[in-house]
Ligand binder design. Structure first.
Ligand SMILES: [Zn+2]
Length: 281
């Protein structure tokens, strides 16, 4: 894995104009000037061993860092044991595929509070994670880092504190910080450099981070949180871009920003260009 760059940029999923096969996508990304890629298994883990391994080779050749987004249909804190079992199965499967493709993070949304208090939901989630780790151990799958993501809806488990808590509890866990989601679930709390700094300071104090995995988009929200992702050019929606890039540049870590706007790779390039403008000042 090549991680020496200060900040890497890439799309969530295949680039908009890319018509080729996924195992060769990193040729295209590198030609665009991007160096990160989040493989989307959001609607199910469908890739088999050989193409996953080809993707890993293609990523290495192009010095692209791969992460993987696990299926959306995961609820590790469900009151329904069948839902929990299916969720566990999907994440075990994700870890297997992540190993094949050399994904440095397995991004996932931990679950929903449903009828539970946040404390009980978190506890249930931890019990499910313990089962995932047990199954992976039995299968001899060792090369994985799970990366629970801060969530955009208030009904979802995934506040910054909860994500930090999960990462403190389990080895092989590192956070995915989706700044748009944090902005949305808090009713628009990220507006300045200081607001970003608070998040970064908290992560610094609570966790041992070398490389931070991030998601970014412009986001529209309502009273229950996230509503819609918007393009980078739609500046009427937060959170702001420049102070984030500045904070990441000055932090003690390297990082990866996966762009989740509707213009995935094109906006990832815009973010990259903006970052290099700041660096050159
Ligand atoms: Zn995200």
């Amino acid at each position: 894995m090549v991680m020496t760059k200060k900040v890497r940029f890439g799309p969530a999923g295949n680039p908009i104009d890319y018509k080729g096969k996924t195992p060769e996508v990193c040729d295209y990304l590198a030609s665009e000037g991007l160096d990160a890629y989040e493989y989307q298994a959001t609607y199910g883990v469908r890739i088999s061993k050989k193409p996953a391994q080809e993707l890993q080779e293609n990523a290495k050749k192009n010095k692209v860092l791969i992460s993987m987004h696990a299926p959306y249909y995961v609820n590790l804190s469900s009151s329904d044991s069948k839902v929990i079992d299916r969720s566990i199965q999907r994440l075990v499967q994700s870890a297997q595929v992540a190993e094949w493709m050399g994904a440095y993070r397995i991004v996932f949304h931990p679950g929903f509070y449903t009828k539970y208090t946040p404390e009980i939901a978190l506890e249930k989630c931890k019990q499910s994670i313990a089962q995932i780790l047990e199954q992976l151990n039995e299968k001899g799958i060792k090369n994985f880092i799970f990366s629970p993501e801060t969530s955009g809806k208030k009904s979802q488990l995934g506040s910054l504190e909860e994500i930090i808590n999960l990462c403190q509890t389990f080895e092989n866990f590192q956070p995915t910080i989706d700044f748009a989601h944090l902005h949305a679930r808090s009713g628009g709390s990220i507006n300045s450099r200081e607001d970003y700094q608070k998040i970064v300071d908290e992560l610094d104090q609570e966790l041992d981070i070398n490389h931070l995995h991030c998601h970014f988009a412009r986001i529209e929200f309502g009273s229950s949180g996230e509503r819609k992702h918007h393009k980078l050019s739609q500046k009427e929606y937060g959170p702001p871009v420049k102070p984030l890039l500045q904070i990441l540049m000055e932090s003690g870590w390297s990082s990866t920003i996966i762009c989740e706007t509707p213009l995935i790779d094109r906006d990832a390039l815009k973010l990259k260009n903006c970052f290099y403008e700041i660096v050159n000042i």
